[in-house]
Design a binder for this molecule. Structure first.
Ligand SMILES: NC(=O)c1ccc[n+]([C@@H]2O[C@H](COP(=O)([O-])OP(=O)(O)OC[C@H]3O[C@@H](n4cnc5c(N)ncnc54)[C@H](OP(=O)(O)O)[C@@H]3O)[C@@H](O)[C@H]2O)c1
Length: 292
């Protein structure tokens, strides 16, 4: 079995390549400089020559705030790029595993979101992810769209690493406490992707859209508290500086859904994939980052 991973220098891309290596799965990771997904003919030539069995699209314009001003680029990567990949995968008969986001929803639902709930994104990034899903489905039928919650990891840029960046943690004092989601580690997402692919490889082919996140939803405030508590084992921390705020007072340019909690029953019932708690992953990633 051979995997091809786009955006392999991002969080999920790194995690998939790393897990594939650990599990002895052949995996070709391509960073943006080797495969820009917005270049249609290049995409097709690279896929045709590489001859993978599965393509994992971990490439994205994922900066939610920047998307509000760099709108055209966001759509080019998250919609057109996905379209080119899907079209090429369809021509070559390759299954495509594509990452999407809980930010396709508006957060107004009073319960966790299921896959068939109506999308109604609140920001440009969310709109681009919805349109990417539509673009994919318009040209390909052998796909898995995996919608996930905010991601953290030892790789790339993310909330956890940003918090740990200072030697004494006191820089960011306020964190929204009214947005609910389950922070999910890139390594956990990689586990899910590889588990799905292993079953696809056994000719179980329930193509479609799935939700996956860690269990135990929290807020950015709750997530920050856990990170900082853990970081206290390794560096000086001023916990008194943490203040919960409402999202509308946080100074975002892009609105976020207040409820981004995903119902992950479909992936459990179809693939037997269970949600894991995020706290052990926070401990592992904080330890790795602080001991660097
Ligand atoms: N991060 C989150 O909190 C989160 C939450 C929900 C869903 N997701 C989704 O999960 C997936 C993976 O996210 P992530 O956190 O791993 O993102 P990430 O760390 O930002 O990685 C994205 C990667 O895509 C690359 N890229 C950007 N434009 C590209 C292009 N035109 N061609 C090829 N590669 C390109 C980036 O390269 P450069 O670094 O060179 O720009 C980067 O390496 C994305 O689909 C994202 O929308 C992420």
């Amino acid at each position: 079995m051979k995997l091809l991973v786009t955006g392999c220098e991002g969080q999920v891309g790194e995690a998939v390549c790393s897990l594939a290596a650990t599990e002895g799965i052949e995996c070709k990771g391509l960073p943006q400089k080797k495969l820009d997904v917005t270049r249609a003919s290049k995409v097709h030539n690279v896929l045709r020559r590489a001859k993978p069995d599965y393509v994992i699209n971990a490439a994205a314009f994922s900066d939610i705030e920047a998307a509000e001003s760099e709108t055209a680029q966001c759509y080019t990567v998250n919609r057109e790029g996905v379209f080119y990949l899907a079209k090429s995968c369809s021509r070559l008969g390759l299954p495509l595993i594509h990452l999407s986001s809980s930010y396709v929803f508006d957060g107004a639902k009073a319960a966790p979101y299921v896959e068939d709930d109506a999308c109604n994104p609140l920001n440009i990034y969310g709109r681009s992810k919805v349109q990417g899903e539509h673009a994919l489905k318009s040209v390909h039928d052998k796909y898995i769209i995996l919608r996930v919650n905010p991601v953290f990891s030892e790789w790339g840029d993310n909330f956890l690493k940003d918090l740990l960046a200072d030697s004494v943690i006191k820089r960011k004092e306020k964190f929204p406490e009214d947005q609910l989601f389950a922070p999910t580690s890139a390594s956990d997402i990689a586990r899910v992707i590889i588990a799905v692919i292993r079953q696809l490889d056994c000719d179980i082919q329930p193509w479609g859209t799935y939700h996956y996140s860690s269990s135990t939803p929290t807020s950015w405030y709750g997530f920050a508290q856990s990170i900082i508590e853990e970081a206290g084992h390794y560096k000086p921390v001023t916990l008194s500086e943490l203040t919960p705020v409402e999202s509308e007072n946080y100074g975002y340019s892009a609105s976020r859904p207040l409820n981004a909690v995903l119902n992950c029953t479909r992936i459990l019932e179809t693939f037997g994939i269970r949600q894991r708690d995020w706290l052990p992953e926070v401990k592992r990633v904080v330890r790795l980052c602080c001991q660097d």
